[in-house]
Design a binder for this molecule. Structure first.
Ligand SMILES: C[S@@+](CC[C@H](N)C(=O)[O-])C[C@H]1O[C@@H](n2cnc3c(N)ncnc32)[C@H](O)[C@@H]1O
Length: 274
């Protein structure tokens, strides 16, 4: 089956990271794919430390950090090699790390074995990049960071619906998106060209180790809060839209949260599942 264009840069990076023998080497060569950090001396421990800082920070900012988490379950959509997953397994009793690349999921397991609670972890391949092979009401909480912005719009909206479907009634979601910006007319077509180049034999693997070019390949789609709210409709309640700055198209009866430190083009939705 021909690889869908928006998945290709991840699959190639997954293949490249598979070849490295040590996790520290993976972090030095492809770790920037997950948190932008680069450097010859980076280690898996440094990488996981960034997730250890961010997980409590996001949960606290969103009012989602409490002692009940220790008895609860969650799904992390787009876990990668486990930068944040290790911290989630210490915070929650049962964590499902979901990603489209099986190689990343294997690395995620290794990361959690060293820095988290592997006994709290299960991995889930998102084979089609848009659906979660889980029953309805499987978890208490669904989380996604730096992932839905890399999906085609229809896939991202479907994954948002899937996040709600697999979360029990009364459970919570916290999903991160990238909204439209002025440079999109340049970035999005460049992204299409670079993704095409990723298909060329050997070129893709070379490209996947070049940060600025790979970042262009990720420029797939933009999604505004109103699109997500329309997709989720009455299935959610108690909505807050969080941003670091103004969000243009917001209308309606939900709270706006301000979160210093959010990338100016990013926004989050938190909500309770009805
Ligand atoms: C920038 S990384 C972020 C990883 C992690 N959330 C973190 O902050 O370290 C994006 C991850 O999303 C995964 N991904 C991209 N598109 C996806 C999709 N359609 N379904 C599931 N995972 C996807 C990639 O394989 C990659 O591991």
């Amino acid at each position: 089956m021909r690889q869908r264009s928006q998945l290709i840069a991840w699959k190639v990076a997954g293949r490249v990271s598979d070849r490295h023998t040590s996790a520290d080497e993976v972090v030095r060569e492809t770790g920037w794919v997950f948190n932008n950090a680069t450097g010859d001396h980076l280690t898996l421990a440094d990488f996981v430390a960034t997730g250890d800082d961010e997980v409590p920070a996001y949960l606290e900012a969103f009012g989602l950090r409490n002692s009940e988490n220790h008895q609860q379950s969650m799904i992390e959509i787009g876990s990668g090699i486990g930068r944040m997953t290790a911290a989630f397994t210490r915070e929650f009793d049962h964590v499902i790390a979901a990603d489209l690349d099986i190689g990343f999921l294997e690395r995620c397991h290794e990361t959690v074995s060293r820095f988290g609670r592997a006994d709290h972890l299960r991995t889930l391949e998102v084979a089609d990049g848009r659906s979660l092979t889980l029953n309805d009401d499987s978890v208490d909480f669904a989380f996604s960071y730096l992932t839905l912005q890399h999906c085609a719009q229809a896939d991202a909206l479907n994954l948002a619906r899937e996040a709600v479907r697999v979360t029990r009634s009364g459970g919570r979601i916290a999903l991160n998106f990238r909204g439209p910006s002025r440079i999109d007319p340049l970035l999005l077509p460049l992204g299409t060209i670079v993704r095409f180049a990723f298909r060329l034999p050997r070129v893709g693997e070379w490209l996947s180790q070049r940060r600025s070019i790979t970042r262009l390949a990720w420029q797939v789609s933009r999604i505004s809060p109103s699109q997500v709210l329309a997709a989720l409709g009455a299935s959610i309640d108690g909505v807050t839209i969080w941003s670091g700055g103004p969000v243009d198209d917001l209308q309606g009866a939900f709270r706006r949260g301000r979160f210093e430190g959010i990338n100016e083009n990013h926004w989050w939705i938190t909500a309770t599942v009805v």
